[in-house]
Design a protein around this ligand. Structure first.
Ligand SMILES: Nc1ncnc2c1ncn2[C@@H]1O[C@H](COP(=O)(O)OP(=O)(O)O)[C@@H](O)[C@H]1O
Ligand SMILES: [Mg+2]
Length: 472
């Protein structure tokens, strides 16, 4: 277990990322083709390689291992860096001065070139082509999907090399190695299950293995099924945060948001709560909060104006905006932290009943005073609270006048509610007594009236003299 706690600090895809070709399993064809091409460089047909294959098969890792073993300085750029053609030109210029200080050659890596979107990145494909034409150093590009239209010209100018999905044997071998380094017991059927889910994507297989192992210290089939079935659907809040913070590329942070089971507002709350846990450097933290605040502004504008075009800005800010805020202490991106449920949400759900009560009081006042509920809440309620806390007698009259419930009284004056409700009872008693006195009076008045009517009738008959006649 001790071992687990230590290893859990860093994602295993990073911890167990091969550094040298001897650790890099399989992919012999691709490896050899690239090594031959590098050795012949610059006497080669094409001065660039496009290494393609599905996500997680080891494209980036292979280039890094090659650079390490063949002693190149790796100049690495990713899609968000080469958005603008001038950045590519900058690399081209940099690569033009022949050797680096250590006397080593350079290898230029343009990672994830299929992250270039035609509309946004007009000019960047041309700039890459220009770089390939003029480069003195080998250029290797990677892409998940090299067959898109905008890469057509690029394809014609590079040596295409495919990385195949790793086979079952290789993936299981890598997973077992990790388990034994972590001193974790892993059953064969659980590893098979993880392999089946991964569909040859080693990155997701290693991530899945870590998710199961980390919580329980062992990997068996039942656990793997219980944990990973959920993961198949969507990302829970913890995975969402981890993926946003750890994103290497903007698109990874954006995809995370779309796969998360948190809606945008909840995600803002989760980030708000956990930024200071993940980010230690004050300047990084400031940048992250700044991005988050701007995302909130866009989200509220969307609600106000219904302008959904703004959503992409909000997502850019809360996803990549947050993850790329971490600059000064880069390892913070992957630091393992325990995330917290947002206090605000916890508080809101705890106080939901209270808020509903406040709304009901505001509605009563609003109807009575012909003002808006909002005005009742912000302008009348505070005075009501003061009266309730200081003048139980007056409060009792208001309670009766507005017909407030006991719970409403408790909310308005938690400490004085007992006293107020006692007064209310007294007043109610008085009112009842008053009412019954009134009733009695009414009864009396009725009998008196009855008698007067009878007398009047009597007088009338007397007046006509008939009574005398009758008596006779
Ligand atoms: N051939 C391999 N041998 C050992 N580990 C590998 C291999 N290929 C990939 N990996 C592991 O899978 C992870 C993902 O590889 P990565 O190079 O980032 O994939 P890609 O760039 O194709 O998306 C790496 O962190 C590494 O741990
Ligand atoms: Mg990669």
């Amino acid at each position: 277990m001790r071992c687990l706690a230590v290893s859990a600090k860093i994602p295993w895809v990073i911890k167990y990322r091969p550094k040298t070709l001897s650790d890099y399993v399989d992919q012999e064809d691709a490896k050899n083709t690239i090594i031959n091409w590098l050795k012949r460089f610059p006497s080669v047909d094409k001065k660039a390689v496009l290494l393609h294959g599905p996500p997680g098969v080891g494209k980036t890792t292979l280039v890094e291992c090659l650079a390490h073993d063949l002693r190149y300085d790796l100049i690495e750029m990713n899609a968000s860096d080469f958005r603008r053609s001038k950045d590519i030109n900058r690399v081209a210029i940099k690569s033009a001065d022949k050797i680096s200080l250590a006397g080593r050659g350079k290898l230029i890596l343009l990672d994830e070139v299929d992250g270039i979107y035609e509309k946004v990145d007009a000019g960047s494909v041309e700039a890459i082509l220009e770089l390939i034409k003029n480069t003195k150093f080998p250029v290797i590009m990677t892409a998940n999907d090299p067959w898109s239209n905008q890469l057509r010209e690029l394809r014609e100018n590079v040596l295409m090399i495919e990385l195949k999905r790793l086979g079952k044997k290789e993936i299981l071998e890598i997973l077992r190695k990790i388990c034994s380094s972590e001193k974790i017991h892993c059953s064969d059927d659980a590893l098979n299950y993880i392999y089946e889910l991964s569909n040859g994507d080693l990155r997701s297989a290693i991530n899945d293995l870590q998710s199961v192992a980390e919580g329980f210290g062992r990997v068996d089939l039942d656990l793997a099924k219980a944990i990973l079935r959920r993961r198949d659907r969507e990302l829970d809040p913890f995975e969402t945060l981890r993926n946003i913070f750890g994103a290497r590329y903007a698109w990874q942070a954006k995809i995370t948001i779309s796969q998360s089971n948190l809606d945008r507002d909840m995600l803002i709350q989760w980030l708000n709560e956990n930024l200071p846990r993940q980010i230690q450097d004050p300047e990084d933290l400031w940048r992250a909060y700044d991005a988050l605040a701007k995302a909130t502004v866009y989200l509220s504008r969307i609600i106000r104006t219904g302008d959904w075009d703004l959503l992409s800005y909000a997502i850019d800010l809360m996803g990549p905006g947050v993850s790329f805020s971490i600059k000064n202490i880069e390892k913070d991106k992957w630091r393992w932290v325990k995330y917290n449920f947002p206090e605000k949400i916890r508080e809101l759900s705890r106080t939901r009943e209270q808020r509903e009560l406040i709304n009901s009081i505001a509605s009563i006042i609003a109807a009575r005073e012909h003002i808006s509920r909002n005005k009742a809440r912000t302008e009348v309620l505070p005075y009501l609270r003061i009266i309730f806390q200081n003048n139980p007698d007056e409060a009792a009259k208001i309670v009766l006048g507005l017909g407030l419930s006991d719970n409403m009284v408790k909310l308005l004056a938690p400490e004085k509610s007992g006293e107020i409700l006692k007064r209310v009872k007294e007043y109610q008693k008085l009112i009842r007594e008053e009412a019954s006195r009134e009733g009695e009076k009414k009864e009396k008045r009725k009998t008196v009236e009855k008698k007067t009517v009878e007398k009047r009738e009597e007088k009338k008959t007397q007046a006509t003299g008939l009574d005398k006649w009758w008596k006779k």
